[in-house]
Ligand binder design. Sequence first.
Ligand SMILES: [Zn+2]
Length: 295
Amino acid sequence: MIANPIPWPNGARCACAITFDMDADSLIHISRPKDGHDRLYPISMGRYGPTVAVPRILDTYRKYGLKQSFFIPAWCIEQYPAAVESILRDGHEIGHHGLLHEDPVETRGERQQKAFETATEIHQKRIGRKPRGYRAPVYNVTQQVIDLLVANGFQYDSSLMADDIPYLMKTPSGTLWEAPVHWGTDDWPPFAHYAEIDYMMPVKAPSEGLKAFWEEFDAQYEAGGFWIGIWHPFLTGRLARWRLVDQWLEQTLKTKNVWFAPLEDIIAHVAKVTADGSYSPRVEQLPYYTRSQLG
Ligand SMILES: [Zn+2]
């Protein structure tokens, strides 16, 4: 059902990545710039991520020997050094996720360039290297962001939705891999309840919300594809939900032939099999449009 499945290492049937966007309380500061600093309830909801959920998530990864990816706004890297240090100590990847979770569609031109570059410098300073991957806050990639990623030597983006499996994007200035996401494996719809940013969905029971992700996994596994979770520590890292994720991981690792890896490793593998001619990725040509289509 997937036209050109990727040959995964060691004959694995499916590549898997749980990616956590550690947004913490950046969301309230960026959405309510005037008084976000004095809205204690959403601040506390966000702080639960780096302080309580991340240690729990890392415990599980350690137990099963998993290395995974985290995307963190650079402001959060500076604000929560203990969480960042423990993620790095365990060998996980940290990708670029904006400066203060600014939405590229709302922050265009020079402001976007400045925020992007400042965030990259903070990565360099605090993590010791330039990030290889990027996820746009709220997935809102613009052509300017794609051009910035190419110009700054990024290997991949993980915000777009044009395929089930990683694909290549070609632009006039270079190429960029895409590790595609979609809303079916994002924890915002089932678990977020956040009036301050106009998101008021009924919160699902842990088993019900997670069931959607497991069904997505089953389809990808059967097709020899790529399963990715786009989750947030303050949502899926909550006690009852993570308990079920831990159980699912144990079961899946025991019974299925899967390859869990950080996105940078998955993308490096796809790039390698493409370079040696054993695989031919699907290509999306960018920019999609250079002007409004309204005539
Ligand atoms: Zn985010």
